[in-house]
Every structure is written in C-alpha cells, then in structure tokens.
Design a protein around this ligand. Sequence first.
Ligand code: HMG
Ligand code: MG
Length: 320
Amino acid sequence: MPSWSGGRRGGEAMTGIPGRVRIVEVGPRDGLQNEREVLPTEAKLAWIAKIADAGFTEIETGSFVRPEAVPQLADSEEIFRMLAPRAGVRYTALVPNMRGMERALLCGVRSIAVFTAASETFNRKNTNASIAQSFERFAPVLERARAEGVRARGYVSTAFYCPYEGRVTAERAVEVIVRLMDMGCEEVSVGDTIGMAVPSDLASLLSRLGDRLDLSRIALHFHDTRGTALANVYAALLAGIAVFDSSAGGLGGCPYAPGATGNLATEDLVYLLHGLGVETGVNLGRLVEATRVVEEALGRPLPSKAYQAIRLAGLPRAEA
Ligand code: HMG
Ligand code: MG
C-alpha cells in the first residue's frame, strides 16, 4: 500500500508514485479541434504564449491533417511559422501521412505525432485507413523524421473502448503500441478517446504492456467524458507512469468519436499532482491566467473544476 512520506503541496511525493511528472498540453490541438468556433490565429498564438509562460515543456499546437476535415486547425502552417521559439519548450504537431509530413517540415516543425487506433472501425472513420494501412502511411513519415532529426511521438486511440466496437482488449492495444515503438516512436500516448476507462482497465493494459516494453516511454491521454480521468491518473501513477496529456480548461474531443467530450483538464491534473507532492514544473496561477485567455476568446465557461474553483476562491495557499 502507498503511504504518505511527507507534507502535501511542496513536501515530498507520496511513496510509490513518481516524484516528477511531465504534462503534455494538448489544448491548442485536441482542445480546439472540437470547438464549433474557429479561433483567429492571433488569439491562438496569444494563448500558446501564455501556456508556455506557465512552464510547460511540450505543447501540441497544430495538426497537418486535411484542412477540410478539421477546419479549426487549418491555420497550422501559420501557427508554426509565427510561434516564438522558447528554450526548453517543444511544439508538436499531428501528422497523418507523408503529405502532412511535408507540410509540417516546410514550416519548421521539429516534433511530430502520428496517430492510429486499437479499433478498426474508429481508425477508418477517423483516418480513412485500416490499422495496417496506417502503419504503411507512417513508415516513410517516421523514416523521414529519423533522417531529419525530428522527434516522433505516436498515439493509439480507442485503447480501451471504441464508440463503434465497444470494449477493446488489452492484447489488441498492446500490439499497436509496441508496433509504433518498433517503428521509431520515442513515446506512445495511449488514448481513452471516449472517456470510458476505469482504473481496472488501466491495470489490465499496463501490466501487459510492462511485460513488453519500458513503461517510461508510455504517456496516457484521457478524455474526461464520464468523470473517471483523475481516478485513472492515480491508478497510472501507482503503476509508475509519469507522462500525461491534458488540455487547459478541459477543452477537447475528437470530431470523429461521437460523444467524446473534453480532455482531462490540465488544471485538475496539476491540482491533483501538486497535492500529492508530485512536481510538474507548471505554475498553476499562470496556467489559470492562460486559460482565461482562451475562455474569453471562446466566450463560454470551460469545464475544468479546478480552474473554475480557483477563479472563484483563489489558488491553494502553497500555489499562490
Ligand atoms: P484521405 O482522404 O484518406 O487522403 O485522408 P487521400 O490520400 O485519399 O487523399 C485525398 C485528398 O486529400 C487528396 O487531395 C490529398 O492531397 C488530400 P486531392 O488530390 O483530392 O485534391 N490530403 C491532404 N491534404 C492536406 N494534408 C494532408 C492530406 N492528406 C491527404 N495531410 C487523412 C486521410 C488522415 C489525412 C484524413 O482522413 C484526415 O485528415 N482525417 C482527420 C483526422 C483527424 O484529424 N482526427 C482528429 C485527430 S486524432 C484525435 O483527436 C485522437 C487523439 O487526440 C488521441 C485520442 O484522444 O485518442 C490524438
Ligand atoms: Mg484526444
């Protein structure tokens, strides 16, 4: 059983969980791709700059899919051309195929994420390809990334449940994750795309994965559709996972996954982690300031509980 080894918020982390976690902020990509409104490029850039001010080391800022498929991110070329480089901050873009890779390279992208799924139906609806065909698409992309010294991440969507096929077995998810790593992805982010997983699903997948690869190369990507994301984070921490994707304010979703709502909110994640004594490098107050920028631009309250509580009641004393 884990036990407390120090004080909360600023003390040592609980024993049995990582002392430091890396958060990949995916709001400017996953968050915005599901918004009805298309934010102006300038508003996106202002938000991204504020996110970087809050201390994130990786921000997903664009997507080189077909612009007609995700018009919200059709300005990704301009975003990457106009992003101010910052020491220690990596800007990542989704790349679905070689055409997307060429577009990304032309505007200076140095970190890409390829994406496939553990369920066939979702992958076809999302990318017009079978899982096997997506690996064929990725082979030249990942080869080019290697040749150009571009960092490559991989995503496996519907790793637990598919909106069309239901439960996805851990064995199927593991095969896709291992294949992406074998093809050259430095890290694979495992997605609960429609927010249905619970901690026992996590335990089942992570124990099988741990037999096949080093879990330090695994990130988890939760959507909080049914309110289970933080419980899953806690279960994952106990299994030693130290990289999580989340979205400022709880924005997010996949336009090709009916019913998928926002990502795990970054404020909720940071609040939990700091409370457990886990370092993230993120300044929660600055993050809240960043989220205010996008909330105002979108003109509606964002769903993150910690964000709304902090707006109302202020920061926890140790964060102020
Ligand atoms: P396709 O239709 O199969 O492509 O697209 P194609 O090769 O048949 O080509 C058809 C036309 O599209 C051609 O143009 C291509 O040039 C063009 P035409 O000759 O007819 O004029 N085309 C492109 N144009 C610009 N950029 C490109 C590109 N590729 C082809 N990259 C594709 C396949 C995957 C590109 C398409 O289905 C697509 O864009 N899908 C959108 C998928 C998407 O963005 N989904 C959301 C992100 S994934 C996600 O959110 C899940 C995640 O968060 C994790 C989780 O939560 O689980 C990551
Ligand atoms: Mg997602």
